[in-house]
Ligand binder design. Structure first.
Ligand code: TXA
Ligand code: MG
Length: 306
């Protein structure tokens, strides 16, 4: 499938399977409310949960959202890359109200992926792209998984191979007069962000401010049991690190490397699910660096938060 076909589909208000460095997205023209309505419908996503507007660079980012000094510093450090900033909306028409779920803020990120960048350059405006899973399911990190989840709703599908990062972007809100808040841990670690703008405050409990935190997310079919030292009868065990006894049917990273574990997380959940086990048990993951985002996804998938 060619880039120009994908861009034509977006211009017609149709949906496109779009690879990024984090996970596959289901993309639509951010300015087109009908296209965005079709996107919510395809994902089965509640309309109170706003979308991320993808832009090619900070130049366009600044046009869409009001960047303060912190946004300038963070985009300088991490864009293009897996960091999403929530800031006051500047160009309300560029990202339609439905895409923002009626908020006066907007989430923006510049993806670090050649195909996504080529589509953005040719399309010329912001593109909304939530993860290409049906709402509540694990995010797709391969072309096949993306096609299986929502490919039927897309009129163009771009194959970018397996996603390099495998976990969604970190979402940070930068609102006037407020501290920088971590709304979603992700591929850029809390520590890396703190090194640029100082320590991050937690998300507020106010659901309007962090709507994505409300729903159960990333969940496989089977029940999940976390921090499991070993499997119980009938469980599929996902190991992490050395596994001399061979307890795991899958291993997030035999070398105990958190980047590798992040990249493997959602495909391991899908693979474990395919075995139709009584439950899926997952080894403990250290809560450092990328481990925070991995544990966040696992807890949500287990229905423990959100
Ligand atoms: O890595 C990613 O971010 C992927 C790829 C495809 O770019 N996209 C992604 O989109 O994960 P999605 O829609 O699955 O997650 C967007 C998150 C949600 O938690 C949503 O609530 C939050 O961003 N969000 C979007 N706009 C917001 C806003 N104005 N205020 C607060 N949170 C917002
Ligand atoms: Mg998602």
């Amino acid at each position: 499938m060619s880039i120009s076909k994908a861009v034509q589909a977006l211009r017609r208000g149709e949906l496109v399977i779009l690879p990024t460095e984090t996970v596959y997205g289901l993309a639509a023209d951010a300015a087109n409310a009908r296209a965005v309505a079709a996107l919510y419908e395809a994902k089965g996503r509640p309309r109170f949960n706003p979308l991320i507007a993808h832009v090619s660079d900070r130049e366009i980012g600044r046009r869409v959202a009001a960047f303060d000094e912190r946004a300038e510093a963070l985009t300088e450090a991490f864009w293009p890359g897996p960091l999403t900033l929530v800031a006051p909306v500047r160009d309300a028409a560029a990202v339609c109200e439905l895409a923002r779920a009626g908020l006066d803020t907007v989430a923006v990120r510049a993806p670090d992926h050649a195909l996504a960048q080529a589509v953005l350059a040719a399309f010329g405006g912001p593109i909304v792209a939530p993860s290409a899973n049906r709402s509540g399911r694990p995010s797709p990190t391969t072309y096949q998984d993306a096609c299986d989840e929502t490919g039927a709703f897309a009129s163009a599908r771009l194959d970018g191979g397996p996603c390099r990062v495998g976990l969604e972007s970190t979402v940070v809100s930068l609102l006037p007069g407020e501290p920088a808040r971590l709304l979603r841990p992700g591929a850029v670690t809390r520590e890396a962000i703190a090194a640029v703008v100082g320590p991050l405050s937690p998300a507020e409990d106010d659901a309007r401010r962090s709507p994505g935190r409300l729903t159960r997310h990333y969940a496989p079919e089977a029940r999940l049991r976390l921090n499991a030292a070993a499997p119980e009868a009938g469980e599929a065990y996902i190991a992490f690190g050395r596994d001399p006894q061979g307890l795991g049917v899958l291993n997030l990273s035999p070398a105990a490397d958190l980047s590798e574990a992040a990249a493997n997380l959602f495909s391991c959940l899908r693979a474990a699910d395919a075995l139709r086990p009584r439950a899926i048990a997952v080894a403990p993951i250290p809560e450092i660096g990328l481990g925070e985002a991995i544990n966040d996804r696992l807890s949500r998938a287990a229905g423990k938060i959100g």
